[in-house]
Write a new protein. Structure first.
Length: 281
């Protein structure tokens, strides 16, 4: 199981440090696509897994693809899960494959009934193949579709209700999308079903001036966690209780102590939430 503690994303450049001292991090998240090819990487991950809880966080299954999931990719994910026995498995509510072509990004879906049907069908297939409940992550987005009919928070809640899956609430994504689309991140949190939320993510993002008083936020995972994201994490922990909370950092990856310091900041917030929830119990 993944503890209700702060974890970090494990990247190849930190394998050696973690192997030398696995107790540095409460738990670790990896992208399964990086370990599906065999070789030294999966052997190292197996060794790490003996001492540390591991979560698999997919980036390539494309839950939003209308043509359905790639059976070969799903089989590789299932084989890796059988080998690693992760505490959690999660994937993004996005699409990255169209007509058999991998697009190389996590693209946002139109929030429509048709898209909701597609995602729910694919989530059910994923859960059936993996023989477990999975978590699905809310997207970060920069443009919206003119024909979108469902608010994103309702879309996410509906996926959980229809499939029985859990939600990975990416707090940074909510802040980014809230700024880009003009919604209140705190109202978004309030609309999610607390019993469905099984994990939280935080990360850094960047701001870009578009001129004429316009700006956009980019979910680039390349900097320390923003103050607005920390504040929304506090609200999420108050609403959902202490949960596994991951610090993501995927670009300009720093030395391991920098990541561990960010995790310590997240852990302090989890500890504070534990005290509040214990008093309220």
């Amino acid at each position: 199981m993944i503890p209700a503690s702060a974890g970090i994303g494990l990247r190849f450049q930190h394998h050696r440090d973690i192997l030398a001292n696995p107790a540095q991090a409460a738990w670790l998240e990896v992208h399964p696509e990086n370990y599906m090819g065999g070789g030294a990487a999966i052997a190292q991950l197996e060794t790490i897994r003996r001492d540390s809880p591991v979560s698999l966080h997919g980036v390539g299954l494309s839950l939003g693809s209308a043509e359905g999931l790639d059976p070969a990719h799903l089989d590789r994910l299932a084989a890796l899960a059988d080998r690693i026995e992760p505490g959690l498995i999660s994937e993004h509510v996005a699409f990255s494959v169209a007509d058999g072509v991998y697009l190389g990004d996590l693209l946002p879906l139109p929030m429509t009934e048709e898209a909701l049907d597609v995602v729910c069908r694919n989530v059910l297939v994923m859960q059936d193949r993996l023989r477990r409940r999975v978590l699905v992550e809310n997207p970060s987005s920069y443009v919206s579709y003119t024909h979108a009919a469902i608010p994103e928070w309702q879309f996410m809640a509906a996926i959980a209700a229809r499939t029985g899956c859990g939600l990975l609430c990416d707090v940074n994504n909510i802040v980014v999308a809230g700024h880009n689309h003009g919604f209140d991140p705190y109202q978004y949190l309030a609309a999610l079903p607390p019993q469905a939320v099984g994990e939280l993510h935080v990360a850094g993002h960047s701001r870009h001036d578009l001129g004429e008083g316009r700006a956009i936020r980019i979910d680039d995972h390349g900097s320390p966690v923003d103050a607005e994201v920390w504040a929304l994490l506090d609200a999420a922990l108050a609403a959902f209780g202490p949960l596994p909370t991951l610090v993501e950092w995927d670009n300009d990856i720093p030395a391991l102590p920098v990541l561990l310091n960010e995790a310590a900041l997240a852990q302090a917030r989890i500890n504070a939430a534990e005290v509040v929830h214990a008093r309220a119990a």
